[in-house]
Design a protein. Structure first.
Length: 388
């Protein structure tokens, strides 16, 4: 299949969004006329194309960490809907996270660089889990091109339907790229915060992330799917998320942010690099480093003395979800951006499989090669999945 065709299929099926609503104890209803088996097939067949489009980020430590947080969230669901969930970190500087029907959830290195705690990560993953359990992608497809989907049924994976499925995917591109709509986004926002709270995370960190995301978009012009600073619903979305998270915090105790744990695990992430595997643009290589604040430090002083670039102060402040004049505490960890490639982490490129091998091999997550150049001090103790 041509690269362009694969890109169309990927973009349409990657129900990219950032949205979520409170998951009650009621059983989540399936989409009429679209079976869960069909949803599973849709996700399973699109998964290897997404991986080929972006490439998996080849840091086994980070992949396992994100999967651990994701599985911890899934373990709290009263109705998982699907038996298994798969969490992948893809190598893209886009600020994004998205989900496919059937439990396939993706998060980019770009959005990981903007997050500032494990609680924020939990909110984002919980949001995408919401899209899956509420069948937002399947519902959107049923409303838009129901006749074509129903005609394919459970035979989506059949080679003889490749042309028809490509037509369906192409027709859906613009609508899916615009997101799921206001109600679905609010539903998933609440689901992500509720799910995070149930797993022991502070849901207010999700609100902090939404506010910082809006500021980041104003500065860079890079919008997160379904979240635009100029959209008339954005302010209302943040207000509703703030109110909902406050109500959740009043109901729980001992909620955690886990900021330092998160910052240590993302040390070395590429920053503002390739958007996808075939991105041929030139860019200066940069990476996320972690800096321990010293007495008397300000963002301006850190930019001048540590980074040798005074103009980086505002960018570093926003990257840490802070304002330029926010006081920094000695011993506090913050993210900074250094030029070059992180010397302690080796990124291994994915090998493209031939069309024949892809056809013969069932869709699954490619094995992540062992990474050898991770400094011992950067490796955190393995945290077991902790179901309730």
């Amino acid at each position: 299949m041509k690269i362009f065709e694969k890109f169309i299929i990927f973009t349409v099926l990657a129900f990219v969004g950032f949205a979520v609503n409170l998951c009650t104890s009621d059983t989540v209803r399936a989409v009429p006329f679209i079976s869960e088996e069909t949803e599973l097939t849709m996700g399973r067949e699109a998964d290897p194309q997404i991986i080929q489009q972006y490439g998996l980020y080849q840091d086994k430590k980070l992949q396992l960490y994100v999967n651990d947080v994701g599985q911890k969230l899934v373990s709290q669901l009263s109705d998982k809907v699907f038996q298994k969930y798969f969490f992948r970190v893809v190598n893209s500087s886009d600020i994004n996270a998205f989900a496919l029907p059937g439990g396939y959830i993706y998060i980019t290195t770009g959005i990981l660089a903007t997050l500032n705690s494990e609680a924020e990560l939990a909110g984002v993953l919980g949001h995408e889990i919401g899209h899956v359990i509420f069948h937002h992608g399947a519902k959107l497809m049923l409303r838009s091109i129901g006749a074509q989907i129903l005609s394919l049924g459970g035979a989506i994976a059949s080679p003889k339907n490749a042309g028809q499925w490509l037509m369906v995917s192409s027709a859906m591109f613009n609508q899916i790229n615009l997101g799921y709509g206001r109600e679905a986004e609010l539903e998933s926002d609440q689901q992500g915060m509720y799910n995070a709270m149930e797993a022991g995370y502070n849901p207010e960190r999700m609100v902090h992330f939404l506010k910082n995301l809006r500021q980041n978009e104003i500065m860079t012009g890079q919008a997160y799917h379904g979240f635009q600073a100029t959209h008339p619903d954005t302010k209302d979305r943040i207000i509703q998320a703030d109110q909902f998270s406050s109500s959740l915090v009043r109901r729980a105790q001992g909620l955690q942010d886990k900021r330092d744990d998160y910052l240590r695990i993302i040390k070395g992430l590429p920053y503002n690099g390739k958007r996808h595997a075939n991105d041929q643009r030139y860019f200066d290589e940069k990476y996320v480093d972690i800096y321990e604040v010293q007495a008397g430090d300000t963002f301006t002083k850190i930019s001048e003395h540590e980074l040798k670039d005074p103009q980086m102060d505002l960018e570093i402040a926003v990257l840490n979800g802070m304002k330029m004049d926010d006081p920094l505490k000695p011993g506090e960890l913050i993210k900074i951006i250094r030029k070059g490639t992180y010397p302690g982490l080796q990124i291994v490129s994915m090998k493209k499989e031939s069309d024949k091998a892809t056809a013969e091999k069932p869709a699954s997550m490619p094995e992540i090669p062992e990474i050898t150049q991770i400094p011992a001090e950067d490796v955190l103790p393995t945290s077991p999945n902790r179901p309730r």
